[in-house]
Design a protein around this ligand. Structure first.
Ligand code: IYR
Length: 222
């Protein structure tokens, strides 16, 4: 067993209460501007921005710090086309056969359907994989704890970083999405968690008129 090793916490920054209030408010306002976008421009976006956003996602807390995630960034048009074709095949089955009416009703305000042109239009698709276990160089399997929770947290941080950088994203979950393992050559211990579509919104992009719940509805202070 590895002994714990501690170092001083030097990265923490304290702010005055006023400064904290200002920062918290400003960040909330910044996040309220984030919208999920389904109409993307084909304008290329700098790769370094994507790298830094992934770097931010990689700082996420995770079960036993095992960091059970892998991100595959796709910009190759042929790979994007293959993903679109496989995703649309699943979506056709979903919208025409698999989805119960109640699910279709819940999706109605979003105006989604089986057509996913953004999978080819947007400059980047980030396929996010959750590793249910890790594999050491000698082939030993290492169990990952709270893998889905951890990858969910990292994904939230990635979405936040992308928005903060000035790009838009779409959380896309064609179901099932095991085809991503085949197309992207990912190993058996990795399950696709979601496909994040990233780029600039199209010039005339529109978004559904949706509201977020109020603070009272989502939080209780005791
Ligand atoms: N995967 C389908 C359906 C879908 C499901 C949920 I839950 C959404 O929030 C949005 C869409 C699609 O992408 O169209």
């Amino acid at each position: 067993m590895t002994e714990p090793r501690f170092v001083p916490l030097t990265s923490y920054r304290a702010y005055s209460e006023d400064e904290m209030r200002r920062r918290a408010r400003a960040f909330c306002e910044e996040m309220r501007r984030r919208r999920t976008v389904r109409e993307f421009s084909d304008r290329p976006a700098p790769r370094e921005v994507i790298e830094d956003c992934l770097c931010a996602a990689g700082t996420a807390p995770s079960g036993a710090n095992l960091q059970p995630w892998h991100f595959v960034v796709v910009s190759d048009p042929a790979v994007k086309r293959a993903i679109r074709e496989a995703a649309e095949a699943e979506e056709r089955a979903f919208y025409r056969e698999r989805a119960p009416q109640a699910w279709l009703d819940a999706l109605a305000p979003l105006g989604t359907d089986e057509h996913k042109p953004f999978l080819e239009t947007a400059p980047y698709l980030i396929a996010i994989f959750a590793q249910s276990y890790g594999v050491l160089p000698d082939g030993t399997k290492v169990k990952h704890y709270y893998a889905l929770e951890s990858v969910g947290i990292a994904t939230g941080m990635l979405i936040t970083a992308i928005h903060h950088a000035g790009l838009a994203s779409l959380t896309h979950t064609p179901s099932p999405m095991r085809f991503l393992n085949d197309i992207l050559g990912r190993p058996e211990n990795e399950r696709p968690f979601l496909l994040l579509v990233v780029g600039y919104p199209a010039e005339e992009a529109r978004v559904p008129d949706l509201a977020k719940k109020s603070l009272d509805e989502i939080a209780t202070f005791l």
